[in-house]
Design a protein around this ligand. Structure first.
Ligand code: ADP
Ligand code: MG
Length: 244
C-alpha cells in the first residue's frame, strides 16, 4: 500500500444505549478506492460521518493525513476541506444556480475570486458532463444531474479524499450509470475514495478493496474477487444472496 491517508483504530460510536460502531479498524492508502457494503442500519453512514467529524466518536482514533482529528488542537475545518462528501440526497442549495452552488465555498474558504471560482466551476461541470448547466437553477435538474453537480461542488474544494454515501440510491435507474461513470473517472485519476454503495458492479470494477460491515463491525474485507466470489462469513453470504 502507498502512503496511508486514513487510519482508524478501534472506533466506537454509540447513541445512548445504541452501540452503532463496535470497534472499527481500517487503513486507507493514498489513491485507494474502498467500497463499504452491508445491511441497512449496520453503521456505514455513521462510519463515514466519523471520518470527517460530522459525528464525534465515542472512543477510538482517526488519523487523516497524519492529523489526529479527535485532537482538540486539530484544525477540523482544514480537515473537512480536504475531505469531500457526497450524500444520497445531494444536499445542494435548491434555490440557487448550479454556478453558485459550486463557487460559493471556494470563494468563502479557499480565497478564490469570482472569476477564478467560475472558471473552475466550468471545468468541473465539463468533467461531469454538465457544461451547459452552469446557469441553470438546481431545482430544474434531474436527480442524476443534481448528484453530478454535488460531486463537482465537492471537487471545487480540491479535496484529496472523497467520501460517497450511497450516491446513487435515490436516483431513477436510468440516472445511475452517469453518476457511476463520473466516480469511475475520479478513481482513474487517483482520487482516494471511500464509497458506501449497493452497486456491486461498480464495486467489482472499481474497488481496490471491499469491506463488509454488519452490526457495527467489519466482518470481512478483501479484494472484490475475495469478497464477492469467495465470501467466508455466513452473514456476508446471506447479504450477497439478497443483493446480487
Ligand atoms: P447505515 O448507513 O449502515 O444504514 P447508519 O449509520 O445510518 O447505518 O445507522 C446505524 C444506526 O445508528 C441505526 O440504528 C440508526 O438509527 C442509528 N443512528 C444513526 N444516526 C443517528 C443519530 N444521529 N442519532 C441517533 N441514532 C442514530
Ligand atoms: Mg447509510
Amino acid at each position: 500500500m502507498s502512503d496511508l491517508k486514513i487510519k482508524v483504530t478501534d472506533l466506537k460510536k454509540s447513541y445512548g444505549e445504541n452501540h452503532v460502531l463496535k470497534g472499527i479498524d481500517l487503513n486507507i492508502g493514498a489513491n485507494e478506492v474502498v467500497v463499504i457494503i452491508g445491511p441497512s442500519g449496520s453503521g456505514k453512514s455513521t462510519l463515514l460521518r466519523c471520518l470527517n467529524r460530522l459525528e464525534e466518536p465515542t472512543s477510538g482514533q482517526i488519523i487523516v493525513d497524519n492529523v489526529d482529528i479527535g485532537d482538540p488542537k486539530a484544525d477540523i475545518n482544514r480537515v473537512r476541506q480536504d475531505i469531500g462528501m457526497v450524500f444520497q440526497h445531494f444536499n445542494l442549495f435548491n434555490n440557487l444556480s448550479v454556478a453558485d452552488n459550486i463557487t460559493l465555498a471556494p470563494m468563502e474558504l479557499k480565497g478564490f475570486n469570482k472569476a477564478g471560482a467560475e472558471a473552475q466551476a466550468k471545468k468541473l461541470l465539463a468533467s461531469v458532463g454538465l457544461e451547459d448547466k452552469f446557469d441553470a437553477k438546481v431545482q430544474s435538474l434531474s436527480g442524476g444531474q443534481k448528484q453530478r453537480v454535488a460531486i463537482a461542488r465537492a471537487l471545487a474544494m480540491k479535496p484529496d479524499i472523497m467520501l460517497f454515501d450511497e450516491p446513487t440510491s435515490a436516483l431513477d435507474p436510468e440516472m445511475v450509470g452517469d453518476v457511476l461513470e463520473v466516480m469511475k473517472d475520479l478513481a482513474k485519476e487517483g482520487m482516494t475514495m471511500v464509497v458506501v454503495t449497493h452497486e456491486m458492479g461498480f464495486a467489482k470494477e472499481v474497488a481496490d478493496r471491499v469491506i463488509f460491515v454488519d452490526q457495527g463491525k467489519i466482518l470481512e474485507r478483501g479484494t472484490p474477487e475475495e469478497v464477492f466470489e469467495h465470501p467466508k462469513n455466513e452473514r456476508l453470504q446471506d447479504f450477497l444472496n439478497k443483493v446480487l
